[in-house]
Ligand binder design. Sequence first.
Ligand SMILES: C[S@@+](CC[C@H](N)C(=O)[O-])C[C@H]1O[C@@H](n2cnc3c(N)ncnc32)[C@H](O)[C@@H]1O
Length: 511
Amino acid sequence: MDTDSPSPLKDSDPVFSDKTPTPLGAEEAKLFRDVCQAAGYTSPRLEERFGLLVPPPSDRLPAALGATLGGRLDQNATPFDVLAKAFFLGTAVAAETANALLPDGFIRICLQCGLLVSDGTDYCPTALVAPVGTALLASDLQRIEYQDEAQFVPAICDAALHLNAVAIRQPVGRTLDLCSGFALHGVLSCPHSETVVASDLNPRAEAFARFNAALNGFDNLRAVTGELFDAVKGERFNLILANPPFVISPDAMTTYRFNPIELDGFVRQMLSQAADHLEEGGILQTICEWVEVQGQDWQDRLRGWLADSGCDAWILPANRQLPASYARNTLAQTISDEAELAAQQAKWENYFQQQRVEAIQGGLIFIRRRSGNNWFDVTQMTKPIRQPIGDAIARGFSNRDLALGDGEDALLASRLTVANGLRQVETSHWKEFRWLRDSIVLHLDDGLPVSIGIDEYVRTLLETFDGSRPVLECLDRFANQVGLAIETGRKQGTAMVRSLLKNGILVTTGR
Ligand SMILES: C[S@@+](CC[C@H](N)C(=O)[O-])C[C@H]1O[C@@H](n2cnc3c(N)ncnc32)[C@H](O)[C@@H]1O
């Protein structure tokens, strides 16, 4: 087998191609999936092999990858190596190697639909096909040089993985993947939705969405093209998932990533229009960024965006950056030239100063259309989320309805129990012949990770919740145990129960 030419890219590589692969028929799609499955071409295997879940730019492959699959494949290569090299790293594979390791039918399908082109000696990928969960998703090749193309359709990124991890995956009627790109969220919603719409400004995204639905064997996804909600005018959904262009900058450098309206204006516009596209009880989940403006509480600012929307809002900030580090971190992802980086950074910092931006926050925003008094709640996230926790997010909504919803009666009548898996870590120090307690910290690792310090009172209160009696009775037991007047125990205990419910430490029993 070939050993020459270590270059991962070929001179003949197409500059950005406006073509998209032609959707596969049901049998061809099944063969494609079966070959990938048999080769073990899955995201856990890619992570194990490369330490990556997100394809690296093929025109800037990390040196460690260049030394392995970035170069030519050797005689020990496996079908996984060929698939990973072509469809995850986006680099050419020798036709001889690919023909020897992959079934004829597979190569034929790839050439026919345009995923691969042959130059006589090599097969060059025209698109990536990355495994994400149970799906395979095609997108444009991940190349820094393509990113300025208005019609570039990016591959899976960290933000998309985060949104995917928190997406509520319960059976629903209609789901919308908004700003869908290659329709990762839409395709992964197909199994639990009656119908899915994937909508994006970019017509090439529509083509990739259609290709990906067919590739994964789904016929309940409709792909459309339009600005924000324009292509779904008058339609309502039970679930909307959106990873919009949210990066905040003085001049939106690329369509797929940068907020095109002043500061975080695009996210504000999306949220303010969302209620009109949600059914009662319908939820929008988005990953995005927003700014803190000098002299204004950022929570009040977001509350203002949603005032009169008829929606509950649950905000989960994950990281906060000062303008200088935000500019540096964001720009360094695509600019390697130090002089250009410094010039752009100065421009960005100047813009943030003019706009009186004190910090930029990134995180998740979930809103739910609901008649009644709407609640607004903020939960600080402490760790990145990788495992699917959609069920915990759905519980988070119902727990907040009890904790923050209308009146106290429903809360006091409910039966709660302590979440399974709750851990308690107690630290003490030795002083003058005895242990003195320093702290009691509760940790919840399932769902949204939680770590909170509590005192002896809260611990006693928690122990009264075994799911067998209503909250009111638990509060009275608690008051008796700690020697508080019943009224005081009820009042203080109710506030604690609200907080424990919101943290997921207390859960409803359904009784
Ligand atoms: C960050 S990418 C997300 C792609 C994909 N949903 C994901 O999670 O990987 C943002 C997408 O929004 C699309 N977009 C940008 N501006 C838009 C607009 N005004 N209306 C609708 N879609 C837009 C871009 O074309 C791009 O596909």
